[in-house]
Design a protein. Structure first.
Length: 174
């Protein structure tokens, strides 16, 4: 999220996108703190204890006050309900730390490391009702040759993610 905000404020997304809201489902999300420091509008609705559909209805009600062209997920770790996805068809974008045709769900870099892969991919995709099953927009490989720890795999992957996500968004928004 931080990398995307930076690109919106002074990088490749500057004249293409505006961050109108940073939202989280956990009050202690680091992205909320960062966004507040920059003076961006933030909101949080706690999801703990709420059924997915109930929570998503609350979020949809919140988002109805905004005219959103896209919802860009960055570190958002909840599966969206069918109703939520239907409200923004082909307008919700996510990044996943693996090739979604090979690995969906959590721990993409751990999967690549444990599998002993020499390369993995980062995938930007539209969100559908499944778990990392939406239409692939773009992928970028991550060189893992010589990586001997999970931390090194994650460092390399995040370096790609931070540039590649904004670059892909640039192509979509243009």
């Amino acid at each position: 999220m931080k990398a995307i905000v930076e690109q919106c404020q002074g990088g490749i997304l500057k004249n293409l996108a505006e961050v109108v809201l940073v939202f989280a489902n956990k009050q202690d999300a680091k992205g909320l703190e960062y966004a507040k420091e920059l003076g961006l509008e933030t909101a949080c609705i706690a999801s703990k204890g709420l059924k997915r559909r109930t929570f998503d209805q609350k979020v949809l009600a919140l988002l109805a006050d905004y005219q959103l062209d896209y919802i860009v997920l960055a570190g958002y770790m909840r599966v969206l309900s069918k109703e939520f996805v239907a409200a923004y068809p082909q307008k919700i974008i996510n990044i996943h730390p693996a090739d979604t045709s090979q690995h969906q769900g959590l721990n993409g870099y751990g999967w690549a490391f444990e599998s002993g892969l020499s390369t993995t991919k980062v995938t930007v995709h539209y969100v559908d009702e499944g778990l990392d099953t939406g239409t692939i927009i773009a992928q970028h490989s991550v060189d893992l040759k010589g990586a001997t720890t999970l931390e090194e795999v994650e460092r390399r992957g995040l370096a790609v993610e931070h540039y590649f996500y904004s670059k892909t968004l640039q192509g979509i928004f243009e």
